[in-house]
Design a protein around this ligand. Structure first.
Ligand code: WT7
Length: 649
């Protein structure tokens, strides 16, 4: 954006840092009575029961919530099916011809649309194919797919037959895929031959094949022929998706699932050890995601809703597939990158489909800002009504740009704070009620209680920093970590009393009770909205034969929020060089996936360590931020800090 443009926006906004819901918006909003907060605070079980009533149940629950901290069961003994709720009931209610999914491929003009009836057929066929393959209720099916319709169809097919899915983000490495398949002991992998990215081809099949060398549990591989590539398959193990579904009947009776049956598993990075298998269940999850989606995006029957996330992350599960479809809403999926063929692709899509509700991440917004407003300005974006943000804190400057340039100054922005573990948005505005403050995710969703604690477990004073906690269970909360029940208790419920959820984020609460989340407090990086563990990157580095020791810390980055930087001590006999740095970066990329590639490698003979030999990552972090290292007197080797400082600058 030109400087004077920016100055114009900044000055117009000066002194006006509160954005009330536009009058016209308020009137038509699905929820606009602020009293809902008091009602839900006092009657939170009734509040959630009411939200659960929005779904169709085969059998109603006996009890809304059984809370035996830190273990929750929601809608006890209730029976339902998520696939039925996302598809069949809409068909039954006369919406069979409404578009359920709009899919836009990366190649321009490659699009597909599925009505709810068509989706019902496709999902049923694939569900039947999975059954024929021997998949039964409770078997975990792993997906490693690009953003193609088969991914959404696959999840719903699994949900239909009660087979939990585990989606591994398509940008992850073979190593990461292998680890997740083995942890889940999946017998079936659904993958593709490849996909388009910036006009080029990503060879997904080669990655899958690498992983499949060490996944003894896999009996069957379903291959989607996305690119019609000429590849060699293993006839015994592999079958093409289109051949499998071709002759299947288009009816498949949905399995009656218990509210607490696992709907899916989603791996996420933790501070230590292997990725955590976050377990989400059926009744509470679907209640939570559909209710939040409806209120936060103010969903109407004629909405065209677009969330730009990848279904490989929780955002895609909750707010591309389950939330929108449970609400009978048209959901748009885009396969490719925002700058192909030109940097206006997103805005072209918004204009073409007349997108009304749009959900993206701050890292993308900062990128659009950098590209300049000429790209959105080439398009008619007047269909937009609500804009969402998720993944990391959004800086006020990006917020205002989003509001002005994309929203034309009159779309509420919903900055939604939540996590893989929370399943649904927890701290978020309601666009017809909440006065917005750029940079704040505002207030807990009705029925929730959040707070900021000090290390003793007391609420901190207004505007003081501390640890973000959630003080009440919510329906779509994770139930456990797959096969690691103790780690579940330890990670989330042991910092304070066992009914206080520890989010791992730092935050403050202002004088109006608004939450300002600052980011992770643990050794987890947020790289372009992706949660990555520094520990995994460190073990990837030391896995290289030239590396003796390594520490990875985050460096602030204007576009991505944070980028990883690797500090490396080499094994003797190895010399630092640019080539070696490139090799190490590539090596981490191989093991974790391209998003985990360190932005820089800093070679050193030593690292700041405590007397007991522990690397003081805190000091490295400060150096990367350009801050002073602070007190180094307790270090075994304080001199190294100065040396490193020179390298960083
Ligand atoms: C972490 C969760 C939730 C889906 C995407 C990420 C950060 C997320 C916000 C926000 C400030 C945010 C937090 C959180 N985060 N949304 N609106 N404002 N920070 O899911 O990979 O589980 O990461 O993302 O640090 O703990 P995730």
């Amino acid at each position: 954006m030109a400087d004077e443009e920016e100055a114009k926006i900044e000055s117009r906004l000066e002194g006006k840092d509160i954005y009330s819901p536009p009058e016209g918006f308020k009137e038509q909003a699905n929820v606009n009575d602020p009293e809902i907060y008091e009602y839900a605070e006092e009657n939170y079980e009734e509040f959630w029961a009411d939200k659960a009533e929005r779904l169709d149940w085969y059998e109603k629950w006996d009890e809304v919530l059984k809370w035996d901290p830190p273990h929750a069961e929601w809608f006890v003994n209730g029976k339902l099916n998520a696939s039925y709720n996302c598809i069949d009931r809409h068909v039954k209610n006369g919406k069979g011809d409404k578009t359920a999914i709009i899919w836009e491929g990366e190649p321009v003009d490659e699009t597909k649309e599925y009505t709810f009836s068509e989706l019902q057929d496709e999902v049923s066929k694939f569900a039947n194919a999975l059954k024929e393959m021997g998949v039964e209720k409770g078997d975990i099916v792993t997906f490693y797919l690009p953003m193609i319709p088969e991914l959404a169809i696959g999840l719903l097919a699994c949900a239909r037959i009660g087979a939990p899915h585990s989606v591994v983000f398509g940008g992850f490495s073979p190593e990461a895929l292998k680890e997740r398949i083995n942890d889940a002991e999946s017998e079936v992998l659904v993958t593709a031959d490849g996909y388009y990215r910036r006009g080029g081809t990503i060879k997904m099949w080669e990655n899958a094949e690498k992983a499949l060398k060490n996944t003894p549990s896999i009996d069957n591989v379903v291959l989607v022929d996305r690119m019609e590539r000429d590849i060699e398959i293993n006839e015994e193990r592999d079958s093409y998706y289109h051949e499998l579904v071709k002759d299947q009947p288009a009816e498949c009776e949905p399995e009656k699932m218990d509210a607490e049956d696992m709907l899916f598993l989603m791996y996420t990075s933790g501070t230590t050890g292997k990725p955590k298998g976050v377990v989400h269940t059926t009744g509470g999850y679907l209640t939570g995601v559909s209710a939040t989606h409806n209120w936060v995006f103010d969903i109407k029957d004629d909405d065209i809703y677009w969330c730009t996330a990848d279904i490989g992350w929780i955002t895609g599960h909750s707010y591309i597939v389950y939330g929108p479809l449970a609400n009978g809403c048209t959901t748009l999926m885009y396969e490719g990158s925002p700058d192909y063929p030109e940097k206006d692709r997103f805005w072209e899509i918004v204009e073409d489909y007349e997108v009304t509700k749009f959900y993206t991440a701050p890292t993308a917004i900062r990128l659009f800002m950098k590209w300049g407003e000429q790209y959105p300005n080439e398009h008619d974006l007047s269909s937009l009504k609500v804009l969402g943000s998720v993944g990391e804190p959004i800086n006020p400057k990006a917020w205002k740009w989003y509001h002005e340039v994309i929203g034309g100054g009159d779309c509420p922005i919903v900055d939604t704070w939540w996590q893989t573990e929370t399943g649904m948005m927890l701290i978020t505005p309601l666009p017809g009620i909440t006065d917005l403050k750029p940079g704040s995710a505002t207030k807990p969703f009705p029925g929730l209680r959040a707070d900021v604690f000090d290390s003793q477990g007391d609420s901190v004073d207004t505007n003081e920093g501390g640890y973000l906690v959630i003080k009440r269970p919510w329906p779509s909360m994770l139930r456990t970590l797959y096969q690691e029940p103790e780690r579940y208790v330890e990670t989330y419920w042991s910092e304070y009393e066992n009914d206080i959820y520890f989010a791992g984020d730092g935050a403050r609460k202002d004088e109006d009770g608004y939450f300002w989340v600052v980011g992770r407090l643990d050794d987890v990086l947020n790289v372009a909205g992706h949660r990555l563990s520094t520990m995994e990157m460190e073990s990837a580095l030391v896995d290289h034969p030239a590396v003796a020791e390594a520490a990875v810390v985050g460096k602030p980055d204007e576009l991505k929020g944070q980028v990883p930087v690797g500090y490396v001590i080499l094994e003797s006999g190895n010399e630092p060089s640019d080539e070696l740095a490139q090799e190490l970066r590539a090596h981490v990329g191989e093991i974790i996936g391209p998003i985990g590639k360190p932005a820089a490698i800093r070679f050193s003979d030593d690292l700041p360590k405590t007397r007991s030999g522990k690397i003081m990552r805190r000091i490295l972090k400060k150096l990367e931020k350009g801050e002073s290292a602070g007190d180094t007197s307790t270090l075994r080797n304080p001199d190294i800090v100065k040396e490193l400082k020179d390298k960083v600058q």
